[in-house]
Design a protein around this ligand. Structure first.
Ligand SMILES: Nc1ncnc2c1ncn2[C@@H]1O[C@H](COP(=O)(O)OP(=O)(O)OP(=O)(O)O)[C@@H](O)[C@H]1O
Ligand SMILES: [Mg+2]
Length: 152
C-alpha cells in the first residue's frame, strides 16, 4: 500500500522516533524510503548576515555555510541510511536547500511517493505547541497520506 515513503528528518528525537514506524511498514509492503533533509535557507542567510556585520563578504560566507551544513547533513544521514538498509529497504537520500515545508512538498511531487512519515515536532519541540510549523504545513497541503509520529 505504502510502497514508497518520504521521510523528512531534522535528526531530532521526535523525527528519529518516526524511524521505528517506518521499519514496521516493511511488513505492509514498503520497499523504498527517501530520506530528506532540508537545509533551512532562512537560517543559513541569517548566519551569513550576522557575519556581514563583522566585515566578511556575505556571498562567500553563505556559500561556505551551505557547504558546511551540507557536509553535516550527509554525515547525519549515514546512520539513518544504514539502519534502513539493514532493515531491508531500498534507500534514496536527498539533501536540499530551501524552506523545509515547501521542499518537502516539492519532493513529495517529484518522487511521487505513496505517503509521508514525519514527527509531530522537531528540534524546537515547544511543549505547549500541538504541531511544529513544518509538520502543520505538510499535513495541510500534502496530497498524499501523512503519518505523524507523536513525541513521548
Ligand atoms: N529541515 C528539515 N528537513 C527535513 N525534515 C524536517 C525539517 N524540519 C522539520 N522536519 C520534519 O518535520 C517534523 C516536525 O518538525 P517541526 O520543525 O515542524 O517542529 P519544531 O521544530 O518542533 O517546530 P518549529 O520548527 O515550527 O519551531 C520533524 O520531526 C521532521 O520529521
Ligand atoms: Mg523545526
Amino acid at each position: 500500500m505504502f510502497e514508497k515513503i518520504l521521510y523528512p528528518t531534522d535528526f531530532s528525537d521526535v523525527s528519529k522516533k518516526a524511524l521505528a514506524y517506518i521499519k514496521s511498514l516493511k511488513n505492509t509492503g514498503t520497499k523504498q524510503v527517501i530520506i530528506l533533509r532540508v537545509i533551512n535557507k532562512n537560517k543559513a542567510e541569517r548566519i551569513s548576515q550576522g557575519v556581514a556585520w563583522a566585515g566578511v563578504e556575505v556571498a562567500d560566507f553563505l556559500k561556505e555555510t551551505y557547504q558546511r551544513l551540507e557536509e553535516e547533513a550527509y554525515e547525519e544521514v549515514k546512520p539513518v541510511e544504514s539502519e534502513l538498509k539493514e532493515a531491508g529497504f531500498d534507500v534514496k537520500i536527498r539533501v536540499e536547500k530551501g524552506h523545509p515545508y515547501s521542499k518537502i512538498l516539492d519532493v513529495e511531487r517529484e518522487e511521487d511517493v505513496s505517503a509521508i512519515v514525519l514527527g509531530s515536532h522537531g528540534r524546537s519541540n515547544v511543549e505547549e505547541i500541538l504541531l511544529g510549523s513544518v509538520s502543520e504545513h505538510v499535513i495541510r497541503y500534502s496530497k498524499k497520506p501523512v503519518l505523524v509520529v507523536k513525541r513521548d
